[in-house]
Design a protein around this ligand. Structure first.
Ligand code: NAP
Length: 468
């Protein structure tokens, strides 16, 4: 074993990043910007396409948010960064492979699952997590073959976060507005045929406790052909909620905007978004196997010992007919093979980004960033300081790190391993072939891109491009 210091030209730090979403890219960016650190970074990503939730989560009509991918492209273009797409951790490569070939590993795997409401009838046909509806309209290969029945008039959306706002807006929007975006073609076609006229959002707490932000709420009022309906009595706040607005600018502006909407009422527009507050679904009612209605219970707010306001059922019930229910009550992490996972928090257990096994056994050289680290919160930019702080821990740990064996430092080892397993990995240059294909198809239709949604088709385009 060499005695050279790790992170020097004689012994560059080898880093594997599992997951090429925003958190992973910000971690790579922080590493390549370290003064006096020589490193070599390899990304492994399950899909051939990079960018994680920027491609598969950000709503199609939020094009300007997606411009952040230019920053990620710059990171990927660094000479010491490589991209291995179409490689699934836990199926194509394993924890033990990565431990052998990399001094440090960063898990940037996000939160791949969704939270449940825990009510009867939740699994009936027509009841879905909003996360998969988002994946479907964004052309995520896992959800492209799903069909959502939109041949009825009313959809219920449970939750008051920005994901709920996105799904409500996409369902209510004029399809011709969406036709100018990179929405998946299959979703556009289904939305063009949609008979849905009313989207009812159900918030378990009041307007002052909504988790969505001002721009998303403002967008509701700007949708052509859509009325935003709020019963003015639901805008009457209890004294604690009213007082809480004094030092919460976002909530204050939200309440102001919603008061304006509540005063507007119906103009007879063809579609409507109805915002309801202080209500919780308590059971989904089926007709046969399909969702037909939802029983909701009226709530009141009770102050908990920590000062927060919690929703408590009042025993007053109501039934709302609907043809589909989308629960948008938060994402949740999923375990990945060989890596610790906390079932209670749905994250990889860590302290300041250092992965922990059990209570206090730190796993040397293993780190976590993004939603897998802190849970599903914050906007894309939140991941930057989060990743920077994990990278600071990684740098601090280098002097104590043993590092991998010298015979495993050959840069070609990982490519040989993947080839020996018949994995047709996608490089960044390969992704750029697909990117060019999608944007050219988009330009022909006056859209930013037309997404290819099947992995097989993506690989066909990439292989043809490689040969050319
Ligand atoms: P979120 O912001 O955490 O909102 C979850 C919502 O679900 C809250 O209103 C919560 O209410 C409600 N909820 C939780 N459990 C519930 C239950 N059992 N019954 C009824 N309601 C329940 O989560 P998200 O919307 O999934 O978004 C995740 C993150 O991505 C957020 O930070 C969000 O801002 C971000 N995001 C941003 C954008 C954007 O910038 N445009 C777009 C999409 C997502 P309580 O408050 O009462 O718990």
């Amino acid at each position: 074993m060499t005695t050279e210091r790790l992170g020097t030209a004689a012994r560059p730090l080898r880093v594997a990043i599992i997951g090429a979403g925003p958190a992973g890219f910000y971690a790579a960016d922080a590493l390549i910007k370290q003064k006096d650190l020589v490193c070599q970074i390899d990304f492994f990503n399950r899909l051939p396409t990079p960018y994680g939730l920027v491609r598969e989560g950000v709503a199609p009509d939020h094009e300007s948010i997606k411009a952040v991918t230019r920053v990620y492209d710059k990171v990927a273009a660094a000479p010491n960064v490589r991209y291995f797409g179409n490689v699934t951790f836990g199926r194509d490569i394993f924890h033990e492979d990565v431990k052998q070939l990399y001094d440090q590993i960063i898990y940037a795997v996000g939160a791949q699952s969704d939270r449940k409401m825990g009510i009867t009838g939740e699994d009936l046909d027509g009841s879905f997590p909003a996360t998969i509806f988002v994946g479907w309209f964004n052309g995520h290969p896992d959800y492209r073959d799903l069909t959502f029945n939109l041949s009825h008039e009313r959809v219920l959306v449970v939750g008051n976060g920005n994901v709920a706002m996105d799904v409500a807006r996409i369902l209510a929007a004029d399809p011709e507005y969406l036709a100018k975006t990179d929405i998946a073609d299959h979703a556009l076609e289904a939305l063009r045929k949609s008979k849905v006229r009313e989207i009812v959002m159900l918030g378990r707490r009041g307007p002052a406790q909504a988790a969505f932000t001002n721009p998303e709420l403002k967008e509701f009022g700007e949708l052509d052909g859509v009325d935003v309906i709020i019963d003015p009595t639901e805008m009457e706040l209890d004294p604690v909620s009213e007082a809480s607005l004094a030092d919460d600018k976002t909530a204050r502006r939200n309440v102001e905007l919603m008061r304006t909407y509540s005063e507007g009422g119906s103009t007879g527009a063809p579609r409507r978004i109805v915002m309801r507050f202080l209500v919780s679904p308590v059971g989904v009612i089926g007709s046969g196997n399909r969702v037909a209605a939802v029983t909701i219970e009226r709530n009141q707010l009770k102050q908990a010992a920590d000062g927060s306001l919690k929703a408590m059922g009042t025993g007053n019930y109501e039934t709302l007919q609907c043809g589909m229910i989308l629960r948008s009550v938060g994402y949740r992490g999923s375990p990945i093979p060989g890596v610790p996972f906390s079932d209670s928090s749905g994250t990889i257990p860590n302290v300041a980004g250092r992965v922990f096994q059990d209570r206090d056994e730190v796993l040397p050289g293993e780190y976590v960033v993004g939603w897998a680290k802190r849970g599903p919160s914050g906007i894309i930019g939140t991941n930057k300081p989060d990743s920077v702080s994990t990278v600071a821990a990684m740098i601090e740990d280098i002097p104590d790190l043993e590092g991998i064996a010298d015979e495993n430092r050959d840069l070609g080892a990982i490519e040989n391993l993947l080839r020996s397993r018949n994995i047709d990995f996608v490089t960044y240059a390969d992704w750029q072939i697909l990117d060019a294909y999608e944007t050219a198809a988009g330009a022909a239709q006056g859209r930013p891109r037309v997404k290819v949604t099947s992995v097989a088709e993506m690989m066909e385009i990439i292989r043809a491009g490689r040969e050319a």
